[in-house]
Design a protein around this ligand. Structure first.
Ligand SMILES: [Zn+2]
Length: 165
């Protein structure tokens, strides 16, 4: 199977999951990822409050998403404990990304609301991705489907190996 076909499969599944607004938690991609088998959905780390998962529709190899376990749409809706845990797991993500990829820089951020580019506006999440000098600017990167040099399982394994204890 070609890499292109593998990616096409991921994209189809992902697009199916985000084309309609979740009407309840069980329809939410992030709620599904939060409870699914880590090896099947490429969860890199998970605790009782937050988790880190590979983006199945990455802008670049190593693209991680960090989210609370609890279904919550608004960043300001997170409890202090969840907000602290989300930042802590984001710090571990940046540590792992630097160790695994040696990037020139990182983008860390959130798209809050569909108008801001959120694919899953109902469940707040952060993105963390490696960047290199000379790659496309962030807005271009997030708007384009890109050809990726590394499959998700490889990225997942690299980041798990580099994840700080
Ligand atoms: Zn959710």
């Amino acid at each position: 199977m070609s890499l292109e076909r593998i990616w096409a499969g991921w994209r189809a599944a992902y697009i199916d999951s985000v084309t309609s607004e979740p009407s309840k938690d069980t329809d939410c991609l992030f709620c599904s990822l939060a409870t699914a088998d880590s090896d099947e959905v490429f969860v890199v780390a998970r605790d009782e409050l937050v988790f880190a998962v590979m983006n199945a529709y990455p802008y670049v190899s190593g693209h991680l998403m960090l989210a609370p376990i609890r279904h919550e749409a608004e960043l300001e809706g997170l409890g202090d404990d969840e907000a602290a845990a989300l930042m802590a797991i984001t710090q571990r993500a940046t540590t792992a990304l630097k160790a695994a990829y040696g990037p020139d820089g990182l983008n860390v951020g959130a798209n809050l609301g569909r108008a801001a580019g959120a694919g899953v506006p109902g469940h707040v999440h952060l993105h963390a991705l490696p960047r290199w000098g000379g790659d496309t600017n962030f807005m271009t990167t997030v708007a384009e489907i890109r050809v990726l040099p590394e499959d998700l399982r490889t990225s997942w394994q690299r980041l798990k190996d580099a994840w700080p204890a």
